[in-house]
Design a protein around this ligand. Sequence first.
Ligand SMILES: *Cc1c(COP(=O)(O)O)cnc(C)c1O
Length: 485
Amino acid sequence: MDKIESSTTFLRNLPGIDTLLQTKTSERLVAEAGPQYLAGLARRVTDNMRDELRQAFESGGEFDKDAITRETLLTEAESRLEDAWRSEQKTGLQRVINASGVIIHTNLGRAPLSDEARKAAVDNASRYCNLEYDIETGKRGKRGARAEKLLTGITGAESALIVNNCAAACVLVLTALAKGGETIISRGELVEIGGDFRVPDVMEESGAKLVEVGTTNKTKASDYERAITENTKMITRVHPSNYRIVGFTAKPTVAELAEIAHRHGVLLYEDAGSGALEDMTRYGLSDEPRIAESISAGADVVTFSGDKLIGGIQSGLIVGKREVIEQIRRNPLYRAMRASKMVYAILESTFDSFRRGDAFERIPVLRMLAASKSDIRQRTLEFVHALTEKLGEDSAVSFEVGEGRSVVGGGSAPAVQPQTTLLAVKHKDLSASEVEKRLRNSNPAVICRLVEDRAVLDLRTVQPDEEDELLAAVASLNLKKMDNG
Ligand SMILES: *Cc1c(COP(=O)(O)O)cnc(C)c1O
């Protein structure tokens, strides 16, 4: 009896939603969150507190009655309201520092933009712009014309078309060119590319029938040729991206496939995935298909991503023969997949860089790929030096510099792991996963990697203008310990 009475007394001390919404905290938050959303959060906070109090009474534990006065409960509710709002905001997009060494990090947005590309998006496309307007004539202009023209220039293709992403490009190409017919594909290329992109599933969505030939490790030119029937519209070749079959393997070249396709009056389509515009052999990326080579070897249409190894923004780039591209452009699906003005602005800037020949200096993913082991070692040592000065003596944080490997990522070049210098960050009282968690909860968030139970930073993927923030985040591991006593 006693217990029930005190339970209701305490529950009566719990602030109502209106009381909570009239506090200084709510007055401050309402402008950010909006009245309706904040009221919803306030309801959740008070409901949770009521449940917790009830549960605590029911379990019959000891109570510090002074701790559950009207005032303390209101203070607690205000603080929970604030936390609830902050944690909702954290789910929004925000910049992070990628210290993981994974260059094309799918979960971190694949490719960071170059400064020029970012400026182009803001300056050229974020207000009214000439997206479909010809300034010289004052008449309607062609959407994406310059980006497409630049793309033909750097690939040697006759024509180009740009859509939202490479998966869309695949569906569009197959729908426009092979729907209702058959397309021949090697069993070695029926792979899952990641992020739920399964080549056979996506392809069948287009309404083209997939005719599988060869085996997982070997497919010969004659396998393709034998499978050609009167229903065949196309031969499809897919770059296996994040997957490699090594050892006893064989597949025909693009030129061989083009010869077979054209002799039988069908098309050759290559989905190159990452797509290299430059020769990447120097950086160990020898088996990424070069778009210009596929085009000159006779492919009728090639698709690839606008980020990944191009280092622009997510988009699906389609290049090929003029009539083929025009047929794709006329398909109604194109209208549903066409790119936005921001995408064109960023791609123009990115392609300009390839045309000028400074892509490896200006485009972040290419600059990161090209960074040598000694560049990174030098940067790391300088970083450690600055950090040691900042931390001073008796620091709880210590470091170890060692050799390691970066990762290309994004489904590109799985076998290539550039040599790098790794910086292990250690704290005398914290575990590696605690260090990782604290860095992740810095502002901006720092994403590191756990290697053999150590939290490590790889400066390859950290941009030079982020180093000060990274330094502050690592240095504050020292302070945080003191905060927590
Ligand atoms: C990555 C990839 C895709 C999908 O590209 P998105 O831009 O993510 O849509 C399609 N095909 C291949 C071969 C790829 O590597």
